[in-house]
Design a protein around this ligand. Sequence first.
Ligand SMILES: O=P(O)(O)OC[C@H]1O[C@@H](O)[C@H](O)[C@@H](O)[C@@H]1O
Length: 346
Amino acid sequence: MVGRAHKPTALASTPGLPPQPQVTFSDDNSRVTAVLPTGESLEVLLYGATVISWKDGAGDEKLWLSDAAKLDGTKAVRGGIPLVFPVFGTAPDHVQTSKLPQHGFARTSRWEFLGKSTSESESAGGAKAATSSSSSSSSAAAAAAAADQSVKLDFGLSSANLDDKTRALWPFAFSLIYGVTLNRDSLTTSLVVTNDDDKPFDCQVLLHTYLRVKDISSVSITGLDGASYVDKVDGAKTKTQSSGAVQITGETDRVYTPAAVPSAPVGVVEGGRAAFSVTRDSLGDVVVWNPWADKAAAMADFAPADGFRRMVCVEAGSVADFQTLEPGDAFEGAQTIAIGSRAAAA
Ligand SMILES: O=P(O)(O)OC[C@H]1O[C@@H](O)[C@H](O)[C@@H](O)[C@@H]1O
């Protein structure tokens, strides 16, 4: 077992302390919501540990979620950040994972909520230390501290949580810990995979993020210059990205393996302005996906019909190959999606 589910309650507000992030559970136990004192928010479904909403302090949604997405646990969520594990797509020729459904079972399993943690940055702590001198410096320090709050939600899934049918398709003992951290201007999601079995297993991992954009025709994706990629809409040919940003003008489904250090950010630029940057940790590949009109129309859970114009998937992962985890070994991969000006540094 990864851990016990428990219900969080909203954090109490203590006089003298800056406002704290609020974490609440929905009445039907299906989702967890976190809100920072400065208004940024996050919503995660236990089904798939799928992040289904991420809003900035002004309430603007940063993720695309289909109007027809199933949120009741009957189908993987179309939008947000579904988690792909232990196989990307399907792998009919890969013995261990050949029986698994597309993108594996993590996105269609119910996860446990393991708990929350909150923190504030060093600078906020420094400001807080100065609070005793006067009430105005005290309130300024409290405001500074509130402005630097972040909250992390942890979720777990292990072989013990799977139904018999799923376990039979991939008969390995494993545990996953998924951490989702909301900061004022960024979201970090990290996945730790541990092999609890007495034999090795192969796996792939992908954070299948649907980023919301205003108009796909003015979007370009930077940071992929010179990268080798597999073009899934052109017979899985291996190609090289020529220099310059990637524009999406039709169905796009590419698995990039940038040669640059994985921590070099991939940028999403909209109308010439940085919208997002995606920085990866130990995730060597980046999938860029947009179904465009015909593919979108063929998906029953994709709405509205022109929704493909307001999304682009930039998916950090380890999917070009399988990685083998030996018994007792663990792998951790993470992404940080930063909004706006931090993306400008990309
Ligand atoms: O419809 P699904 O299973 O959610 O997959 C969506 C897409 O996910 C992407 O990651 C894949 O590269 C695409 O090939 C796939 O179509």
